[in-house]
Structure formats: C-alpha cells, structure tokens
Design a binder for this molecule. Structure first.
Ligand SMILES: Nc1ncnc2c1ncn2[C@@H]1O[C@H](COP(=O)(O)OP(=O)(O)O)[C@@H](O)[C@H]1O
Ligand SMILES: [Mg+2]
Length: 371
C-alpha cells in the first residue's frame, strides 16, 4: 500500500516553493509529482524586506504568515490536481516554512519559519507538520541543518569518500565518518551571488554562472571575505542571511568600489566554492566525490570551480534523487518521522543534547468541511 506524504520547501534563496509528493512504501522514496512555483515578485520583495529588517511591525509579520499559508496550501492543491491523487490519500504534509530569522547562538536562541500551518490544513484537509526547527533548539541544538538525517537514511550507498553538498541560499555538507555523520552549514551558497546579479543585471540569478565566469577573482577581496568568523567556527554550526547579509557584502566592498561588477561576482562564486572545499578539508576525511543538490547544481561555473579542487563532481541524481527535489523530499520524510513518533534531528549534527521528535502536528478534521 502506498505511503504518501507531501514536502514543501522554500529556502533562503526566496526563489519560490518546491512541492513534492512522495511514496515512502518502497525501499527508496519514490517521487510521484513535483512542482516548483516561483514566488511573484511583490511577495519575494515582502519576504526579503521582512527578513532583513528585523524591527518589523507585528501586523506585517502576521499578514505575511497568513499570505504564505495560503500560497503553500495552493501549491499543495495544485500538486494534487496535477497528480490526480485525492487529499484523503495523503498521510501528511511536511511544511518547512519561510525562514524570517535564524539565530541559534543568541542567549535566547530562536529560529522563525512562517506560513501558517492552520491555513494549510484547513485549505487542503491534510494533516500538516510544521515548525521543525524549534524543538531541536529547545534541546540546545542549532535547529539546523535537518536534511542530513534524511541524507543518511536515503543515500544508503553514500560511502566514506562521498560528500553531499546542498547549495541553496546557504550551503551545507553531509559526509560519513565511520558510523558518525558530519554535517553543517559551510556558509554562503547562492544568496550573495543572487543579490549582486539582481543589483547589476536585474536578473534573479546568474544563469549557469556565466557572468561570474566572465570576471576575474579579486584576491584581496576574497581574502577579506574569508576572514569572517563563521568560517573558523567548529561544528556544530549553522548560519543564515542574518550573518551573510547584503549589508555584510556591501560593508566588505567599501574599498573595492572601483572594481568591475563581474569581477565581484567571480569573487563571490569563488567564495562559495572555496568555503565548501575548505569546510570539507577541515573535516580531515578523505573525500573524492561531491554529490550536489539544490539550485547551485545549475551554476556550471561554480561546479567547475569545485572540480578544480580535485573532486569528482556529480549530482545526487547519480544516487537516485534529482538535485532539485532533495530538500522537498527531506521535509516530507521529516513529517513521516514525526507522524510515526520517530526522532528527526541528529544530535551529533545539530548539537542538541538528545534526539527529539520535531515539529508541531496540525491534524485534519473529518469529515472535510463543506465550504
Ligand atoms: N540556471 C541556473 N543558473 C545558476 N544558478 C541557478 C540556476 N537555477 C537556479 N539557480 C540558483 O539556485 C537558487 C535556488 O536554489 P534552491 O535550492 O531553491 O535554494 P533555497 O533552498 O535557498 O530556496 C537560485 O536562487 C539560484 O541562485
Ligand atoms: Mg528554493
């Protein structure tokens, strides 16, 4: 019998919402349908504004929480329509939510993902699991990254010489060391390259990294970027756009105002590649293969830079999951863990003091409301 879940993911890139419908009844997760819905520009701007100006008005926060709840629910209903599968057949939705804030190292740590799950369950009539990160934080963890438990469970062929590299807005790595898993955020992924591209080319991202490729790395600027404390921190660690913010970038550029914009893009791309390679090297594991997922897989220039560090660079497709689908499937899997009362965090990875059941469950009401 099928074991169907839906995963919803919208990451720090704020590009849109990934929705995947997955059957977990086989030995490997089987993707039934997938849909990526781009956020309309006005919504994108609102999210970016609220996540970068932290002194936001409560009513703006509430309005966005509500709007995103509707957008996420619509994405689910669209996915069901496309696949021809009834809502009643889905066990649960795992909704990551849109991160507005992630600061696990504060004296009062917290991470905030919004997109009201009450609206999702009410509009879809599917039990919804959301707010995955805060239980791990309550157990003294970073609340991130959470996908590594899924990587471990599904990439069973992952051997000690391969490393999963997810390049979203922020990048994170997962690798095996004996029976233990090492996984953490390496730092910048796509967000700063996206910002720079939007600012100078008025495009959401640097298609295939061609603009970066047209420039030359500015060694002094790269060196300055790499002095960021985050790169020196030991794991467990996680980061977000609060740290690697557009302001962080602009501050570093004060003495480089004469430089060409494409040279700065080349330097940012090099920073993403080099911080990933450095992080892997610092684990002292003998890694020779990178398995890439996340939108960064489409940045061919970035991949060529990673190849330049001596790695064989493949996508996660070679181990059974399309690189664009990994994160959505991971949150469907995390919902399944929660529904089955299984833990979802890995204390070695997040630094939590124990493994816990993640998220809040918003149960559906039977029968389906008639309105
Ligand atoms: N054709 C492409 N060329 C270069 N970069 C791309 C391309 N397609 C997507 N990307 C990058 O991938 C990002 C989205 O990646 P994603 O994994 O969805 O990140 P997140 O999880 O943060 O939402 C985009 O913002 C962009 O930077
Ligand atoms: Mg995305």
């Amino acid at each position: 019998m099928a074991e169907l879940y839906i995963g919803l993911m919208s990451g720090t890139s704020v590009d849109g919402i990934d929705a995947g419908l997955i059957d977990f009844s086989h030995s490997k997760p089987k993707l039934i349908a997938f849909e990526c819905t781009a956020f309309p520009n006005a919504l994108k701007e609102k999210i970016k504004q609220l996540s970068s100006h932290h002194a936001l008005l409560l009513k703006d926060y509430g309005a966005l929480d509500c709007q995103l709840g509707h957008v996420f629910a619509d994405a689910v209903n669209q996915l069901l329509k496309k696949s021809g599968i009834a809502a009643s057949e889905i066990i649960a939705i795992g909704s990551h939510g849109q991160t507005l804030f992630h600061e696990p190292n504060n004296s009062r740590p917290f991470s905030l993902q919004i997109g009201d799950p009450n609206i999702i369950v009410e509009k879809t009539n599917i039990t919804t699991v959301a707010d995955f990160r805060r239980r791990d934080i309550a157990a003294n963890g970073q609340g991130a990254p959470l996908a590594p438990a899924f990587h471990q469970a599904v990439f069973t062929s992952l051997n000690q010489s391969s490393c999963v590299v997810n390049i979203g807005g922020i990048a994170n790595i997962t690798l095996k060391s004996n029976q233990q898993l090492i996984a953490f955020d390496t730092g910048v992924g796509n967000t700063l390259m996206d910002y720079w591209c939007q600012k100078h080319l008025n495009k959401a991202y640097d298609d295939h990294g061609n603009w970066a490729k047209s420039g030359a790395v500015i060694p002094k600027l790269l060196q300055l970027f790499k002095q960021a404390d985050y790169f020196q921190l030991p794991a467990p660690k996680s980061t977000g756009k609060e740290y690697f913010s557009t302001q962080w970038l602009e501050n570093h550029l004060t003495d480089f105002s004469d430089c060409n914009a494409n040279d700065i893009q080349a330097t940012l791309c090099q920073l993403t590649a080099e911080s990933i390679a450095d992080a892997i090297q610092n684990t002292r594991q003998d890694i020779d293969e990178l398995l890439i997922c996340g939108g960064g897989v489409h940045n061919h220039y970035l991949l060529s830079l990673l190849t330049g560090f001596g790695y064989q660079v493949n996508s996660t497709k070679t181990v059974g999951i399309h690189p664009d689908h990994v994160e959505a499937i991971a949150f469907a899997w995390l919902a399944k863990q929660t529904i089955n009362h299984n833990t979802g965090n890995l204390p070695d990875v997040t630094g939590a003091n124990r493994a816990v059941i993640l998220g809040g469950i918003y149960p559906k009401t039977n029968p389906k409301p008639s309105y």
